[in-house]
Design a binder for this molecule. Sequence first.
Ligand SMILES: [Zn+2]
Length: 80
Amino acid sequence: MTGKNIFKRESGESEKILLCQNCNEMLFICDIEHFERCPYCNSRIKVDIEVEDYILKPVIDKWIDLQKKPDPPFLEDNLM
Ligand SMILES: [Zn+2]
């Protein structure tokens, strides 16, 4: 193990996928968010800034998306 996390980028996809340093399996956000361990080989995942970024990206993307919409439909529903 080198200590550096490896990311794989699918061709045609903008999303990158974290690979386990030990067994090279693809680790999805839902796998590592709560456990910080590889579900395949149980090796501990080193959470560095890149991995934090990886985990937080969908949350941030969703948040940015929400900010872009000036009038969320659920607010209109509540007013009527
Ligand atoms: Zn593994």
